[in-house]
Design a binder for this molecule. Structure first.
Ligand SMILES: *Cc1c(COP(=O)(O)O)cnc(C)c1O
Length: 438
C-alpha cells in the first residue's frame, strides 16, 4: 500500500511504540488496519463530525467510534452532563435514579422491551442474553448466522464477522471445542436452513441470535421475511428469539430495526449508542424472561460498574438530544445518510466501478465487487465477492482527502447528527477523486 509517509509520521511513531507494550499495538483488532494495510492513524481529538489525528490532519468521521457517537464527537450537552456527574462521583456500586430514567426511556423507544438490565459492553449483553435463554428453556444449543458478530464470548466466536472476518481467522484458539459445538451456524438469509435445523434438533435449541442487518461482515440486509420467518420458527419450537441490536439500536430508527420492520423479539441486546460514547450495553425484553435475572430470579449476572452514573447520563443525554423535537436531528442524519449512499452509488456508476451500497437510517455500507452481477447476501458471498485490495486503495485515497472510513470493508459506516450537507458534498468530491484514481 502506497501511503504518504510524512503525512502520518507521528501516527507511525506512535504505533511502533504501542506495539512494544500492547499486543499488535491496539486494544481491539480491527484498529490495527490489517484490512487496509499501512499503519493505523492515531487520533488526538474530535469535535462534531470531525476528528484530528496526531499529525494534525483533519477528517470527516464516518466511523464514530464504530457507531456509538450518534451526536458526533464531544457534543456540548454530553460533555457537560458527564462533567457535572463526574463532580458528583463516577460510580457508587449502588442504585441511582439515572438508571431508572434511562431504562424508562429505552422502554418507551423500543417496542418489545418491558424490562432492561444494563451491563458494560455489547459482548456482556449477548453473553448474558444467551445465558438467560438457556436458563429459561433448560436447553443448550444456540443458533447464530455465519458472519454475524455478537461480541467475543466463547460461544459466539464461531463463524464470527468483524475483526475475525478482517483478519481471516477461522475461529479463535482458546475456545473449547465443547463450547463451540453447542453453537450451530447457518448462512444469513437462509430461512430453509433454519427450518431444516429446527426440524432436526428443535427441542434442543435454546435461542436464535441474529443481527437485523448483518453489519459486521460489511452491510447485508435481511431478505423480506427472513427475520420474521426465523422468529416464527423459533417460537414454534419454544426457542428464544434474540435480536442483537447493539449496532442497529437507535441507529436505523429510534426504536431500532424491530420498530422499523415490525419485529417482536423475546430479547434485545443493546450497546454502542445507548452509552453515548461511554461503555454501556444492555439486554432487555419480555418481563416474564427478565424476571429470571438475579436478584428477581435465579439466573446470575452482575457488574461492579454496571449502570454507573457517568455512562447512564451520557446515554440519556445522547438519546434525548437525538430524538427530541420529534426526532428532527435524527431525521436530518437519516437524510444525509441516503444522500451520501446514493451519491457514492452514482459516482461509482459513472466511473464504472462495481459496488454494492446499502443504507438504512444512519448506517451505510459499501462493498467493492469482483463480480458485478453477483449480489452479496451472506458471509460466503461476502468473502468470495468483496475486493479488499480495491477497498484498501479507496480507504487511503479518502484518508488523504480528509475522510475517515472504517479500515475494513467488512464494517459499516455511520453518520451523526453533527454532519452537515456540506460535509456530505465534501465527502462526495473526495470520493469522485478517489474513484477516478482507482
Ligand atoms: C459491536 C457489536 C457487539 C459487541 O459490542 P462490544 O461493546 O464491542 O462488546 C455485539 N453485537 C453487535 C451486533 C455489534 O455490532
Amino acid at each position: 500500500m502506497s501511503v504518504a509517509t510524512e503525512r502520518y509520521a507521528r501516527s507511525q511513531a506512535n504505533f511502533a511504540a504501542a506495539q512494544q507494550v500492547i499486543p499488535g499495538g491496539v486494544n481491539s483488532p480491527v484498529r490495527a488496519f490489517r484490512g487496509v494495510g499501512g499503519t493505523p492513524i492515531f487520533f488526538d481529538h474530535g469535535h462534531g463530525a470531525y476528528i484530528w489525528d496526531v499529525d494534525g490532519n483533519r477528517y470527516i468521521d464516518y466511523v464514530l467510534s464504530w457507531g456509538p457517537l450518534l451526536l458526533g464527537h464531544a457534543h456540548p450537552a454530553v460533555v457537560s452532563a458527564i462533567a457535572e456527574q463526574a463532580q458528583r462521583g463516577t460510580s457508587f456500586g449502588a442504585p441511582t435514579e439515572l438508571e431508572t430514567e434511562l431504562a424508562r426511556l429505552v422502554i418507551e423507544l423500543v417496542p418489545s422491551i418491558e424490562q432492561i438490565r444494563f451491563v458494560n459492553s455489547g459482548t456482556e449483553a449477548t453473553m448474558s442474553a444467551l445465558r438467560l435463554a438457556r436458563a429459561a428453556t433448560g436447553r443448550r444449543l444456540i443458533v447464530k448466522f455465519n458472519g454475524c458478530y455478537h461480541g467475543h464470548a466463547d460461544m459466539l466466536l464461531v463463524q464470527a464477522g468483524s475483526g475475525v472476518a478482517t483478519l481471516g481467522l477461522p475461529d479463535s484458539p482458546g475456545v473449547p471445542p465443547g463450547v463451540a459445538a453447542e453453537t450451530i451456524t447457518v448462512e444469513y438469509n437462509d430461512l430453509d436452513a433454519i427450518a431444516a435445523l429446527f426440524a432436526a434438533r428443535g427441542s434442543e435449541i435454546a435461542a436464535v441470535i441474529v443481527e437485523p442487518i448483518a453489519a459486521n461482515m460489511g452491510f447485508v440486509l435481511p431478505k423480506p421475511g427472513f427475520l420474521s420467518g426465523a422468529r416464527e420458527i423459533a417460537q414454534q419450537h419454544g426457542a428464544i428469539f434474540i435480536l442483537d441490536e447493539v449496532m442497529t439500536g437507535f441507529r436505523v430508527a429510534p426504536g431500532g430495526a424491530q420498530a422499523l420492520w415490525g419485529l417482536d423479539p423475546d430479547l434485545t441486546c443493546l450497546g454502542k449508542v445507548i452509552g453515548g460514547g461511554l461503555p454501556v450495553g444492555a439486554y432487555a425484553g419480555k418481563r416474564s424472561l427478565m424476571q429470571l435475572v438475579a436478584p428477581a430470579g435465579p439466573m446470575y449476572q452482575a457488574g461492579t460498574l454496571s449502570g454507573n452514573p457517568l455512562a447512564m447520563t451520557a446515554g440519556l443525554t445522547t438519546l434525548r438530544a437525538a430524538f427530541a423535537a420529534d426526532g428532527a436531528a435524527f431525521a436530518q442524519a437519516v437524510n444525509l445518510t441516503s444522500r451520501l449512499a446514493e451519491g457514492l452509488g452514482d459516482l461509482a456508476a459513472r466511473y464504472r466501478i462495481p459496488v454494492q451500497i446499502g443504507h438504512v437510517g444512519t448506517m451505510f455500507g459499501c462493498y467493492f465487487l469482483r463480480q458485478p452481477d453477483a449480489p452479496i447476501t451472506n458471509y460466503a458471498e461476502a468473502k468470495a465477492n468483496a475486493d479488499p485490495q480495491r477497498y484498501a486503495r479507496f480507504f487511503w485515497a479518502m484518508a488523504e482527502r480528509g475522510v475517515y472510513l472504517a479500515p475494513s470493508q467488512f464494517e459499516a459506516g455511520f453518520v451523526s447528527t453533527a454532519h452537515t450537507a456540506s460535509d456530505i458534498d465534501e465527502t462526495l468530491a473526495a470520493a469522485e477523486a478517489a474513484f477516478a484514481q482507482l
